[in-house]
Design a protein around this ligand. Structure first.
Ligand SMILES: CC(C)(COP(=O)(O)OP(=O)(O)OC[C@H]1O[C@@H](n2cnc3c(N)ncnc32)[C@H](O)[C@@H]1OP(=O)(O)O)[C@@H](O)C(=O)NCCC(=O)NCCS
Length: 160
C-alpha cells in the first residue's frame, strides 16, 4: 500500500502518536479506546501500526500475537481516508504478521451492526463463530459483539 502515495508510510505506533490516534478513535468509533488503552497496548508489546500520510496518522491497527492465536484488538481509518483500501491493507498485514509468527488462527470482535467492517473481514476470509454478550461498554451502553475467526493458510500460500 505504500506505493499508492509517495508520502504514505506504515510504521509502528509511537507513544507520541497516541493523541492523533485517539482523535481518530473518538471521531469514527462507537466505543473509543482511551489514551491509556493505547499506551498499555504499546507497553504490553502488542503490534501497533499506524499509516501516516504527510506526517499525519490516518489509520491504525492494534494486534496481539500469542503462541496459538492472534487477536485484532482495534482498527480504524480516519473518516476522510475511508474507502481507499487502508483498512484492508492493515487487515492483510495483520494476517501476514500473525502467520509469520507461526500463528494459525486470528480472531476479532465486531459490532453486529458494523456492516462495513463485517464486509471487510468476511472478504478477507473471517467467519462469524460466536457472540459475546455486552462486550462493548461505554457511556452507560452495552452492546454485544460478534466474534470472527480466520484460520490462516501456510505462509507459502498467503498473498499480501
Ligand atoms: C471499517 C474500516 C476500518 C474499513 O477501512 P477502510 O479503509 O474504510 O476500508 P477499505 O477501503 O479497505 O475497504 C474494505 C472493504 O470494506 C467495505 N467498505 C469500505 N467502505 C465502504 C462503504 N462506504 N460502504 C460499504 N462498504 C464499504 C467494502 O467491502 C470494501 O471492500 P471493496 O473496496 O472491495 O468493496 C473503516 O471504515 C473504519 O475505520 N470504520 C470505523 C471504525 C471501525 O468500524 N473499525 C472496525 C472495528 S471492528
Amino acid at each position: 500500500m505504500n506505493d499508492q502515495y509517495d508520502l504514505e508510510i506504515t510504521r509502528p505506533m509511537a507513544y507520541s502518536d497516541i493523541p492523533q490516534v485517539v482523535e481518530i478513535e473518538q471521531q469514527v468509533t462507537f466505543h473509543p479506546w482511551t489514551q491509556n488503552a493505547f499506551s498499555e497496548s504499546i507497553k504490553a508489546g502488542d503490534k501497533c501500526w499506524v499509516i501516516e500520510y504527510d506526517n499525519q496518522v490516518v489509520a491504525y491497527l492494534v494486534q496481539s500475537i500469542y503462541t496459538e492465536e492472534s487477536h485484532i484488538l482495534n482498527l480504524a481509518v480516519k473518516s476522510t481516508r475511508q474507502g481507499q483500501g487502508l483498512g484492508r491493507g492493515l487487515v492483510k498485514k495483520a494476517c501476514a504478521d500473525a502467520r509469520k509468527g507461526g500463528v494459525m488462527k486470528i480472531l476479532l470482535e465486531v459490532c453486529p451492526n458494523n456492516l462495513i467492517a463485517r464486509q471487510l473481514y468476511e472478504s478477507e476470509g473471517f467467519l462469524v463463530f460466536g457472540r459475546r454478550n455486552s462486550y462493548y461498554r461505554s457511556g452507560g451502553r452495552a452492546e454485544d459483539a460478534l466474534v470472527m475467526e480466520r484460520v490462516l493458510e501456510p505462509a507459502s500460500v498467503m498473498t499480501q
